[in-house]
Structures are given as C-alpha cells and as structure tokens.
Design a protein. Structure first.
Length: 259
C-alpha cells in the first residue's frame, strides 16, 4: 500500500496570461478531510488553463485529453465510457486517473468521476473515485478489473452536483449527490497523481485508452470545439499523447509514450 499522498489533478484554470509556468507552481486550494488508501486528494488552481495557447495541442504537466468552456453557472453534464486498460507494471509505483470533470466557481474547485489506474508494488490496481466540490471519496472495496467497461458521469448545476462511476461489466455503481456549484468548463481525459511533496507520479504503461460516448450537455464533445492537451514531463518529454476525434466526434484515444 502506498504511503504517498494521492493527488488527482483536476478542475482548475487560470487566465491565459498565467500560462503553463504558473500552473506548475500553483498551490493547493483545497484538500479532502480523509485520506484514501493511497493518500489524500488535493486540487491545484491552474491545471486546466481557461484560455490555452492557440496551438492545436497544448503541453501540460498533469493532463492529457480535451477541455471545453461552458457558460458560467450553466447546468453542465459531461459523460464518457472507456474500457479499463491492462497495465504493464514494474516495481515502481505509477498512476493516472481517467476521468470526466467539471471545474466550478471560476475554476477554484471542481467535481469529477474517475478511476484510480495504477501500479502499486508491482501490481495493477483499479478502483472508483468520485469528487464533489473538492471532497474525495474512494472505493477500494469496489475493485475493478482490466477489460471492464466503465461509464463516467459528472453533472453540476447551481442546485446540486452528481458524480457517478458505473462498472457496466459487473453492474456496480458508486455515486454521490452533493451541493450545487457554478460550472466553468468540462473535461475528459487522463489526470496525474502526485506525492505529498508535490512530485508527480510517473505514468504507468497503459498502452492505449479509448474514451467513447463523449458527450457534453447531450451534444457530441467535438461540436464544442474543445482544446486538446498532451502530458509532458519536466524536461518536455511526451508522456501521454492525445489523438484526434473519430468520425462522429464522440470518441478519441490517449496513448502512453513515456513513463
């Protein structure tokens, strides 16, 4: 079992002028009250820039996938499905979190539905994790297996928030309904993990991960013209690449490139 602090980097943005450099040094905004089996969740403020550079794909230290802005405070629903990848694990602990999320309250916090996907002491480990307005709940007693089909839903309105992870293969659902918030954007992709000191975990070799049925407010994700992100390490080496949308605009892939 890891003794490290778990961080799902999610749900936050800064003005375009802040840029990537600011995102790397951003302090934690909030922390969950109870540490999960692999540590405690914290959000940082600038992981998903509100106004990214004009490049077709922006490099980011903590995220690979797509994000689209939404009208501030609008009722926002983001959904996606994926098949749990088989990890090629070594003895080194590595982890990511495929998820769907909604930054809220001017990117100061957020909610998400995701799946811990990592190598722990040489063994592949998967389990659901949901976050409501910065508060994390893990479900290590609800294990997931490689090959299972996972449905993810995050719904945010000013009245309430609903986050849900469903293992379609086993029929098990983990869901929390909590207070509402003001949506700022929506994203689908792979988030990073980090230690309590802020050091990012390396990326496990997941091969290829395909996000399907990607919808934002019932419309195909591509129709929102979301911005693409790829994950790089501190020296700019590409770790996770993000593919283009398939015909129909509801699916894309992320690809392991380097740990």
């Amino acid at each position: 079992m890891l003794s490290k602090t778990r961080i799902i980097i999610a749900c936050a943005a800064a003005a375009a002028a802040a840029g990537l450099a600011a995102s790397l040094a951003a302090p934690a905004l909030a922390a969950s009250a109870v540490a999960g089996p692999h540590g405690q969740l914290r959000f940082t403020s600038n992981d998903h820039p509100a106004s990214p550079a004009t490049a077709a794909t922006t490099s980011n230290r903590t995220f690979a996938g797509y994000q689209a802005p939404v009208p501030a405070g609008s009722a926002t629903v983001v959904t996606a499905s994926f098949t749990v990848p088989t990890l090629a694990c070594t003895t080194t602990d590595r982890a990511i979190a495929p998820d769907v999320g909604v930054p809220v309250n001017n990117y100061k916090s957020g909610s998400l539905a995701g799946l811990f996907t990592g190598c722990v002491s040489g063994t592949a480990v998967y389990y659901p994790s949901v976050v409501v307005n910065g508060t994390e709940t893990d479900y290590p007693a609800s294990p997931v297996a490689a090959g299972d089909v996972i449905d993810l839903t995050t719904k945010v309105s000013t009245n309430r928030t609903r986050v849900q992870v469903t293992d379609v293969t086993t029929g098990v659902t983990q869901k929390i309904i909590g207070p509402g918030a003001r949506a700022s954007a929506a994203f689908i992709g792979d988030e990073a993990w980090a230690t309590s000191s802020g050091q990012l975990e390396h990326v496990p070799d997941f091969g290829k991960l395909t996000f399907k049925s990607c919808l934002l407010d019932g419309k195909v994700l591509a129709s929102w013209h979301p911005h693409a992100y790829q994950r790089v390490n501190s020296i700019g080496t590409l770790q996770i690449s993000t593919g283009g949308f398939w015909p129909g605009g509801t699916a894309f892939t992320t690809h392991f490139q380097h740990s």
